[in-house]
Structure formats: structure tokens, C-alpha cells
Design a protein around this ligand. Structure first.
Ligand SMILES: Nc1ncnc2c1ncn2[C@@H]1O[C@H](COP(=O)(O)OP(=O)(O)OP(=O)(O)O)[C@@H](O)[C@H]1O
Ligand SMILES: [Mg+2]
Length: 365
């Protein structure tokens, strides 16, 4: 549905050129939801705006439904309103002087294509139905909660049945609880309506929940593309591992290799980790990324467990998080709140689980 090939975007500013997007390629299949995930300033919005035609790229090609909407030779540059897309922004951009119905009907009234009154009514109601607010049609748009405004914005995006939906951090302005609810509603909507979407977010959980595939970005380039499970369990570099909440990223040397299982010397002891799809050699310099929930902590010593000292502990509701010192390192450890509790300066023993650690090429930055 969308093909982006070698996209480049440079902003020319008073303080010099900013290479916001440095040659990025990816695709969104029919009925697929792809998220652009990455830290602030990595170029997510710029890419979305290039796809929407709101920004003119400096290189590369963009195809929507196999039609070139931008080609680097300037042989194509289709105007935004002629691209089969609709966009949903973080700031809902709902018009306060109109009713909900009129807000959603607006794209049908201004487009080139003419719609009859009955068709407009039918389409608006179908869209409001899809976002579960049919009862709000006649309400003034000033009398809506944040979540309702966001739903109106989505209904307005759906009303012309675009081939591709573009979302730029649509849930960022909502409070945590509502964001969680809307996340699941979006998921259901995407699946039920078989929508094709490119979805920008810097929120890991949002990307994991909503995506068929995640494009992890790092300052204008793609760090990794894969299914949520792939990028979460097999990050290709330290940037992706950090962004996936690896928690503990440690320099290490490969000790032994047994298929996809690798044992490394982390300085304070030997630890096992997974190496999905990469062959390592003994003695190789690597990074091991260990999830905070990838180890257990006990007062009792056991075989292979490493001794550590508790530095801090915090109650997080659904878990406990501790910082523990082991050798020269400080590790983050997350445990269920129902298990053994530990105090400052307690001597503990850490047991590592290889399935929750991943070995990555290179050295920790
Ligand atoms: N209109 C502009 N003029 C100059 N530089 C810009 C402009 N828009 C964005 N940039 C720069 O381009 C880079 C990418 O910005 P972009 O807005 O695409 O990032 P982002 O990933 O969407 O970040 P955020 O998560 O903060 O929204 C940044 O370095 C930014 O400062
Ligand atoms: Mg942005």
C-alpha cells in the first residue's frame, strides 16, 4: 500500500543544514499497520509529512497503492489533497464552531468528488459507528472530552475511505488511563476494518500493541525493521536494545557458543544469552542486554548464582525494582511484588535466565 524508497529530507536553516531523513526505505502492506518508533528528533514526523505531501523530499521515491506520488527526478509530486490518505494529528484539529457531524462530514464537502446528502449522512454515521460514538453526532465539538475529540478526528480521517491512514502520536495528549483504553480500541479498529496505516509514536508499548511491524528509527536512519516480537526479543544493536527497555547493557567477551545459546564473561561472572540469527566466535567482544525481569534474586546461594548487594528498592505496584551492585556493575532487577522483599545493603544472589538476555555485536557506548 505504501512504498518508501531511499527517502532523503534536508531542512535548510540559519544555523546550517539538518539531515532529518537520510535515505530510508520501508513498505506498508495492504491491511498492515507499521509504526515508526524512535526518540524525539529522529525524523518520524518528517517522514510522515513527506508521505502526506506536506513536506517535499530531497531525494527518494514514494508510491501509494503502486502509484508514484513523489519521484526524485521530480517526474511526480502529487499534491496532498490528491493523495489517497488521511492524517490524524496529536492536536486533534477538531473545529470548535461545528457539530461532531459537520466535523466528520467536512472532508466529503470539500473534496473534488461530489457526494449526495444521503450518502454524506450514511458515511458520517458509519464512521462514527466505527469509533463507537454514534450518539455524539449532533453534539457541539466544544463539548467533548479529549478522548472523544480524538475519536472524532479518527472518524473524520476514515470518512473518505482513504487507502492509507497516517497517525502522528495521536494518543500523546491523553492521560495514561485513557491512552491505554484508546490503544486497544485503535487495535480493534485496525483489525476489524483491515486498515493500512503508518503510525508514528515514541511510546514502546503503543508500538508493540498496535503494529504488525515496527520500524525503529535512530537520527534519520532505520535501526531495525521487524515484528514487535522480533525487535523486542532480538534487537540488532544497542540503540534498539535500549529503546526496547533492555535495562542492563554490559560489555562482555564470548566464552562459548552452543547453537543460539552463548555464554559470555561480563566481568563480574559468566552469563548465558541468546544470539538469534548471529554466529559468534570465542573471544569476540560483544554486548549482553539483560532484561530487569530476566533474573531472580534470593538470599539463599545456589549453583551458578552471582553474589550482589542491594542498593535501592522501589515499589512499582505490579512489580518491585531494585538496583544491585555486582562487581563494578549496577544492575536493574525487577521482581514480582509478592516474592521475597529485600532491604538496603542486603546480600543477595542473582540467577540469570538466558532466554531473557540477548547478545549483540559491538561494544557498549
Ligand atoms: N521545519 C523544520 N525546520 C528545520 N528543522 C526541522 C524542521 N522540522 C524538523 N526539523 C528537524 O529535523 C529533525 C527531525 O525532526 P522530526 O520532527 O521529524 O522528529 P520526530 O522524530 O518527529 O520527533 P518528536 O518525537 O519530537 O516529534 C530534528 O532534528 C528537527 O529539529
Ligand atoms: Mg514528531
Amino acid at each position: 500500500m505504501l512504498k518508501v524508497d531511499g527517502l532523503v529530507k534536508i531542512y535548510h536553516t540559519d544555523y546550517g543544514d539538518v539531515q532529518a531523513v537520510k535515505g530510508v526505505s520501508f513498505e506498508v502492506g495492504d491491511g498492515e499497520v507499521v509504526t515508526l518508533l524512535g526518540p524525539s528528533g529522529c525524523g518520524k514526523t518528517t517522514m510522515l509529512r513527506c508521505v502526506a505531501g506536506l513536506e517535499r523530499p530531497d531525494g527518494g521515491d514514494i508510491f501509494i497503492d503502486e502509484t508514484p506520488v513523489f519521484a526524485s527526478g521530480a517526474s511526480a509530486n502529487v499534491a496532498t489533497h490528491n493523495r489517497p490518505i488521511a492524517m490524524v494529528f496529536q492536536s486533534y484539529a477538531i473545529w470548535p464552531h461545528m457539530s461532531v457531524f459537520e466535523n466528520v462530514a467536512y472532508p466529503l464537502r470539500v473534496g473534488k468528488q461530489r457526494f449526495s446528502k444521503t450518502e454524506i449522512t450514511a458515511r458520517v454515521h458509519a464512521s462514527l459507528e466505527m469509533v463507537r460514538i454514534p450518539e455524539l453526532a449532533s453534539r457541539s465539538a466544544t463539548m467533548l472530552s479529549g478522548g472523544q475529540q480524538q475519536r472524532v478526528a479518527v472518524a473524520r480521517a476514515l470518512v473518505r475511505e482513504p487507502k492509507l491512514l497516517l497517525f502522528d502520536e495521536p494518543l500523546s495528549n491523553l492521560d495514561a488511563k485513557l491512552r491505554e483504553e484508546m490503544r486497544l480500541e485503535f487495535k480493534e479498529l485496525f483489525q476489524r476494518q483491515h486498515l493500512s496505516a503508518l503510525y508514528v509514536t515514541h511510546d514502546l508499548l503503543e508500538a508493540l500493541v498496535l503494529s504488525d511491524r515496527i520500524v525503529v528509527m535512530n537520527t534519520g536512519v532505520i535501526a531495525q525493521i521487524g515484528s514487535p516480537r522480533d525487535v523486542y526479543q532480538a534487537p540488532r544493536d544497542q540503540h534498539v536494545a535500549d529503546f526496547m527497555g533492555a535495562g542492563n547493557v554490559i560489555d562482555a567477551t564470548v566464552q562459548s557458543v552452543d547453537g543460539e545459546r552463548v555464554t559470555v564473561d561480563a566481568g563480574f561472572g559468566d552469563i548465558g544469552g541468546m544470539s538469534p540469527g548471529i554466529a559468534y566466535a570465542e573471544g569476540q567482544q560483544v554486548i549482553i542486554a539483560i532484561r530487569p525481569e530476566g533474573m531472580t534474586m534470593s538470599r539463599a546461594a545456589s549453583d551458578g548464582a552471582l553474589e550482589a548487594v542491594v542498593q535501592t528498592g522501589a515499589f512499582l505496584g505490579s512489580s518491585m525494582e531494585y538496583l544491585v551492585a555486582v562487581g563494578d556493575h549496577t544492575l536493574r532487577v525487577r521482581t514480582p511484588p509478592t516474592t521475597e522483599q529485600f532491604d538496603l545493603d542486603d546480600k543477595v544472589f542473582l540467577t540469570f535466565y538466558p532466554d531473557n538476555a540477548v547478545v549483540i555485536p559491538g561494544a557498549a557506548a
